[in-house]
Design a protein around this ligand. Structure first.
Ligand SMILES: C/C(=C\CNc1ncnc2c1ncn2[C@@H]1O[C@H](COP(=O)(O)O)[C@@H](O)[C@H]1O)CO
Length: 266
């Protein structure tokens, strides 16, 4: 029977060691909640929201703001001098040896050759492949890692790495230090990153920010749905779908980034 364990599920305390924050943890330490869980997952048993009168617990949430602040300070400090960069998103599950992995690696390589630093989530799959492509040609390869309940750890092709505990702080860095996004086939995480960028472009919060989807066969049905449901029913403005470019090759994706960088339309 197929293994029913979902890789996105939290660690089983009996499962053995996990890697987190650069350390190998086992037993109770491995099963302990992450900082993001402690902040957000107050419905979990053992992490229930404190009663309003519980001053100590309430202030611990307030103190957490200082940790969050430190995370922004570290991210800003590390990435401020990066130069032109593109954030590349895609499935954490893309396997080495697949066409998707080769595509992501080529995207990383071509971006680096065009003078862009390559920013990814620093994890496995398409992230690893994109970092690897940049690394292959001596480019700048950045990984913004995230502490997860079951494992984290930057892939070996990350040259500049920052580990985050909070998803939202990390997402600011993907956007703030990139000239655009290249989005490869992926799941919920990839879609989340894609739609956050689209919302910011749509609302004019960021401008001249190309968002390029690579692999027409994969993304076409989503774009059709955006037109057929969102645009047709007035949920987005006519033309909003054009905030997305859809291409088939790494070469086209990187050419679009380079064109915008040289003053073309996003
Ligand atoms: C599920 C697996 C590993 C998870 N490790 C991750 N490390 C870093 N970043 C991640 C990880 N998982 C998701 N992300 C972020 O979301 C995007 C990919 O999500 P998707 O659901 O796989 O499309 C990616 O761009 C990351 O920023 C496998 O062992």
């Amino acid at each position: 029977m197929a293994d029913q364990t979902h890789p996105s599920q939290p660690a089983d305390p009996d499962r053995g060691p996990v890697r987190r924050g650069g350390q190998i943890l086992s037993g109770a330490a491995a099963a302990a909640p992450t900082f993001d869980q402690l902040l957000l997952d107050t419905r979990q048993s053992g992490m229930t929201a404190p009663p309003v009168s519980d001053v100590a617990s309430t202030t611990s949430d307030a103190w957490r703001v200082l940790r969050i602040q430190a995370e922004f300070v570290e991210g800003f400090g590390t990435l401020a001098q990066l130069g032109p960069a593109v954030s590349v998103f895609g499935s954490a599950r893309t396997g080495e040896g697949t066409d998707e992995y080769a595509l992501a690696r080529e995207v990383g390589r071509r971006l680096a050759e065009a003078g862009f630093a390559v920013i990814t989530g620093g994890g496995p799959g398409a992230m690893e492949a994109a970092n690897r492509g940049a690394h292959d040609v001596g480019g700048v390869s950045v990984g913004l890692g995230i502490e997860l309940p079951f494992e984290t750890g930057l892939n070996p092709y990350v040259g500049i790495g920052v580990d985050f505990r909070y998803f939202f702080a990390r997402k600011v860095m993907f956007l703030k230090y990139a000239q655009g996004f290249i989005v490869l086939p992926g799941g919920f995480g990839t879609l989340d990153e894609l739609f956050e960028a689209l919302t910011l472009v749509q609302t004019g919060t960021v401008s001249r920010f190309p968002v390029v989807l690579v692999d027409r066969a994969f993304w076409g049905p989503l774009v059709d749905w955006i037109r057929g449901a969102l645009e047709a029913r007035g949920m987005i403005s006519p033309g909003d779908v054009d905030l997305l470019s859809v291409v088939d090759t790494a070469e086209e994706a990187v050419a679009l980034m380079a064109a915008v960088q040289q003053g073309g339309r996003a």
